[in-house]
Ligand binder design. Structure first.
Ligand code: ADP
Ligand code: MG
Length: 475
């Protein structure tokens, strides 16, 4: 692996470990200069940067690079001369392996060598339990990369290319419909394509629980363990499902350790970060933090358009570009909903034998413009007062006006939109929402929501305003 590439990988990791400011100001400008006999020399732009990095981040940089290169290192920082800062690094292109110690003791964080495999495909798990196959539909080729998923994608590609040796575990998290499961399948597909003997097990939190409970019931825990410990790549989707189940969690922990210690690759997805998975064991959390943790967020418009276009290509659909853009503009935070909307549109156009237009999209997809069941990043829990404040800002009125009996149009729309958003973004009962709006009753809230729902499909400015309020709440 060229030193440059190793350093690029390390940068991805470091970006998740330090603050953005530190990363941009001190870490990104570092240039990898050379690696000889386990001594890694890094170039920095000033004496101040050297001092700062030396004091605060050198140990982290060392351990990350040790993880990437799989050998013990000593890190030296050297201040670059002005001309060096501009010139390309000659030595950086040199393969790192030539300078890396070959017999160095493995560092604690580095994975053990993966046992060579000469086995058949993974047999089914013990008992009559459901299994999930890796789906050939989800590959890296048909995954659209954008700012929102770049790190997760890079981590997944690296893991698919060399399981067990780069980021272990790889932990991907983010809201619903943002491509986590897609990446998980893509890793499995990639690894099997490179080495068909790779044993891949794909399981989700729920299925793992079912397997474990039925193994307990049938007294087959030994077989259960043997099964899960014989895999090369363990893909665990939606781990949040096991977070609150004590015994299953314990078993998961042991499986995790057994695989991790023998250098097998583990990839986990979740709807929350390890830190937010409150019911998660501290031991597990710290193990997750040894690997790469990457989030996926809602993609920006260009990525959403590309996702729709990619899908159209695969399915052979021809949808006018303005329609694609219109739908992608309206459905922002769940790509499953976006794909569902497009599929519905195609079906409608084919049944009605009509050509697709923006008007048709608006009438057919009315309900989709209300977007995203599950609220902000799939979580339900925004407080009415927070929503009221955000709505007051966006609709150019005040919190007091929204809570007052005033009936002028601007205030009424702001109030109704805020009620609608409270409903969408929280589980709070209508009566309590009403109470937060200056003591209104639940039927008023119901009417307000119905009114907004009726207006939304046709009213673009209202759609945009409501989306703005939502976006401001996401920040
Ligand atoms: P999650 O597991 O995060 O809830 P999924 O992986 O199930 O989301 O994605 C939902 C749908 O959206 C899938 O059909 C997936 O292929 C598609 N999708 C999501 N993100 C992307 C992307 N970046 N590129 C291509 N398709 C995507
Ligand atoms: Mg999923």
């Amino acid at each position: 692996m060229a030193l440059r590439r190793a350093w690029d990988r390390a940068l991805h990791l470091l970006a998740t470990r330090v603050s953005k400011v530190t990363f941009e100001s001190y870490i990104r400008p570092i240039r990898p200069l050379s690696l000889h006999d386990g001594v890694l020399t890094l170039g920095v732009s000033s004496a101040f940067a050297r001092e700062w990095l030396d004091k605060r981040h050198c140990a982290l940089i060392r351990s990350v690079m040790e993880g990437v290169l799989g050998c013990a290192l000593e890190v030296r920082l050297r201040v670059l001369a002005a001309e060096e800062r501009l010139a390309p690094t000659a030595e950086a292109a040199q393969p790192a392996a030539s300078g890396a110690p070959t017999k160095g003791a493995p560092t604690p964080g580095a994975p053990a060598a993966r046992p060579r495999r000469a086995r058949g495909p993974l047999p089914p798990p013990p008992g009559d339990v459901p299994t999930i196959a890796v789906s050939p539909r989800f590959t890296f080729e048909n995954f659209v990369v954008g700012r929102s998923n770049r790190l997760a994608h890079a981590g997944a590609v690296a893991v698919g290319a060399s399981p067990g040796s780069v980021y272990n575990p790889l932990f991907l998290y983010g809201g619903s419909g943002l491509g986590k499961t897609h990446l998980l399948h893509a890793i499995g597909n990639e690894a099997v394509e490179r080495d068909p003997a790779t044993r891949v097990a794909f399981v989700d939190g729920e299925t793992f629980t079912i397997h474990f409970v039925s193994a307990l019931r049938d007294r087959k825990t030994e077989e259960f363990r043997r099964y899960y410990r014989s895999v090369d790549i363990w893909l665990v989707d939606d781990i949040q499902f096991i977070a609150s189940k004590e015994q299953t969690k314990e078993e998961f922990f042991h499986t995790f350790n057994a695989l991790h210690q023998t250098g097998r690759q583990i990839v986990i997805t979740s709807d929350r970060s390890p830190r937010e998975l409150r019911a998660l064991d501290e031991r597990l959390r710290s193990r997750f933090e040894c690997g790469l943790i990457a989030d996926v967020s809602a993609p920006e418009l260009e990525t959403r358009i590309a996702i729709v276009e990619r899908r159209c290509q695969v399915e052979g659909w021809e949808i006018p570009r303005p329609v694609v853009v219109h739908v992608a503009e309206a459905i922002r935070s769940n790509m499953r909903a976006l794909e569902g909307a497009i599929t519905k549109l195609v079906a409608y156009a084919s049944i009605m034998r009509s050509t697709m237009s923006i008007e048709m999209a608006q009438s057919v997809l009315g309900e989709f413009f209300i977007d995203i069941p599950g609220g902000i990043s799939g979580r339900k829990g925004v407080l009415p007062d927070t929503v009221i404040r955000a709505a007051a800002d966006r609709f150019h009125t005040s919190v007091d006006a929204i809570k007052s009996p005033r009936r002028d149009k601007q205030v009424v729309v702001a109030r109704q939109a805020a009620m609608f958003l409270c409903r969408q973004l929280s589980e709070i009962p209508l009566s309590q929402i009403g109470a937060a709006f200056g003591g209104r009753d639940h039927t008023t809230v119901q009417r307000a929501i119905a009114r907004i729902e009726a207006l939304l499909p046709q009213d673009r400015p209202l759609q945009a305003a409501i989306q703005d309020v939502r976006d401001s709440l996401e920040d």
